[in-house]
Design a protein around this ligand. Structure first.
Ligand SMILES: Cc1ncc(COP(=O)(O)O)c(C=O)c1O
Length: 458
């Protein structure tokens, strides 16, 4: 087990402990903006560079070992390199990585998706979740003939022009650098979980789609009540607006059929990625046959021009992602892995809450599925492991960034042998009881280090 560090000088300790990562960072900063290839991998004073991973663990370039709670940004449910996925990919690799042709693997993959996801009458594979939400909105506009889209503050749907709007505080729908104001103007950012605001906006009659993360923004960092999602279904149906569930994270994670299965609410369109492709790149838009028909070629060229969306993509349903996806979905189908990951996450949340109560630190650990999240803005110490009072917190406070604490906790946890993104963690079947105990001990060490730094107040 990794040594428990409680240094008052976290940043210095971090810098001293990771010389290999620091050296790579020095090279990377001459290559990449911010020295990274994904915004959330930015880290002060420099990010961790990982050399290999297996199960719940990963090792950095200095040979230090970590319990991993990134889980491939949510793409992994069985941890790193589960044998069934690895073997399927290896076997496919020997048969070729790209045929430039249709193949049996994509058919099998599509069949698994339709078997598991309640709303999936038709499937179109993409290369990422961002591409999937992009396509979903194209489809909704084509189908309804309307131009506007409703999304919710704090909900993330990828980085493309049409949805990277109102994701972070102050949530205003102002164009980012280079983003077209005309596109942003077509997106209404509404407060989350406010059905009256939705009703009022849909009444204008110009909305093609409402898109949301069905368990709440950032995988339920601000939880969406089931009653809100059900009401949204009713309002959109009544208004003739398509309801799009972005299940890029929740798909195959909160239930084999995703949040729509868990909530018993059927959207018109669903976007999928992450677990869908078994840890390899891939995404999909799935849903009503009559809506996905806009991807199908029509016999008459003139009709085609009006009702066909062109869609290419070199890596759509590529054989490797299909092989990984089939192996993953087949293993998820009976729900057992999901239930186990949920149970391990609940144990973590319970034990970490107890640490906070013991240490008299006023943060909250919360989450409802295979995850644990941390809310730094609490006013009072948590009561016990079942404390759900975070649901009563105003959504703006819950979604707010606590950059200094988040960064320090991440550093402190890395020094104690655990890596997560600073505010949210994903749990898999690889997080056994032993790993849970190790994580809780590391968390205790990290919380004490934070207290020493004056960053964890009672
Ligand atoms: C809810 C949600 N939608 C869409 C995306 C974008 O997916 P990708 O990173 O595959 O483009 C993400 C990525 O984290 C996500 O969390």
């Amino acid at each position: 087990m990794t040594r428990i560090v409680t240094s008052p000088k976290l940043q210095d300790a971090y810098t001293d402990a990771l010389p290999g990562s620091r050296a790579l960072f020095e090279r990377a900063r001459r290559l990449f903006p911010d020295a990274v290839t994904h915004d959330t991998r930015r880290m002060q004073p420099f990010p961790l560079y990982v050399d290999r991973a297996d199960g719940a663990l990963k090792w950095d370039v200095d040979g230090r070992r970590y319990v991993d709670f990134w889980m491939g940004h949510g793409a992994l449910l069985f941890g790193h390199n589960p044998a069934h996925v690895r073997d399927a990919v290896r076997e496919q690799m020997m048969k070729g990585t790209h045929y430039g042709a249709c193949h049996a693997g994509e058919v099998e993959w599509g069949e698994w998706v339709c078997r598991l996801v309640p709303s999936a009458e038709r499937v179109r594979f993409t290369a990422s979740g961002t591409e999937a939400t992009h396509m979903a909105l194209r489809l909704a506009r084509a189908f309804t003939g309307k131009r506007h889209v409703v999304k919710f503050a704090g909900h993330f749907h990828g980085w493309h022009e049409g949805v990277e709007i109102g994701v972070h505080p102050p949530y205003d729908a102002e164009p980012e650098a280079g983003q077209l104001a005309e596109v942003v103007a077509l997106v209404s950012v509404l407060p989350p979980n406010d059905i009256a605001a939705v009703r009022e906006r849909l009444a204008k009659g110009d909305v093609a789609a409402v898109i949301l993360e069905p368990t709440g923004g950032h995988f339920g960092a601000v939880p969406a009540p089931a009653s809100f999602v059900a009401a949204l279904r009713e309002e959109t149906r009544r208004a003739g607006v398509l309801l799009v569930f972005d299940e890029v994270v929740t798909g195959f994670r909160v239930a084999p059929g995703g949040a729509q299965e868990k909530l018993g609410v059927t959207p018109d369109l669903t976007t999928l990625a992450k677990i869908l492709a078994g840890g390899l790149p891939g995404g999909a838009v799935v849903g009503r046959e009559d809506v996905l028909a806009y991807l199908a070629t029509k016999p008459d060229p003139e009709q085609n021009r009006r009702s066909k969306i062109s869609h290419h993509g070199t890596f759509n349903a590529n054989p490797l992602s299909a092989a990984a996806g089939v192996a993953m979905l087949a293993a998820v189908a009976d729900g057992q892995a999901i239930r186990f990951a949920d149970a391990q996450a609940a144990k973590l949340r319970h034990a970490m809450t107890e640490v906070l109560a013991r240490e008299k630190v006023a943060w909250r650990i919360y989450g409802e599925s295979s995850d644990w999240k941390i809310f730094f803005g609490a006013d009072t110490p948590p009561r016990d492991g079942a404390d759900q009072s975070v649901r009563e917190v105003d959504w703006r406070r819950l979604d707010a960034r606590h950059a200094a604490q988040s960064r320090a906790l991440r550093q402190a946890l890395i020094l104690n042998g655990v890596d997560f993104n600073g505010s949210r963690a994903l749990v898999g079947t690889c997080h056994t009881d032993e790993i849970v105990a190790e994580t809780v001990a590391a968390f205790e060490g990290a919380v004490r280090a934070m207290k020493d730094e004056g960053l964890a107040a009672p």
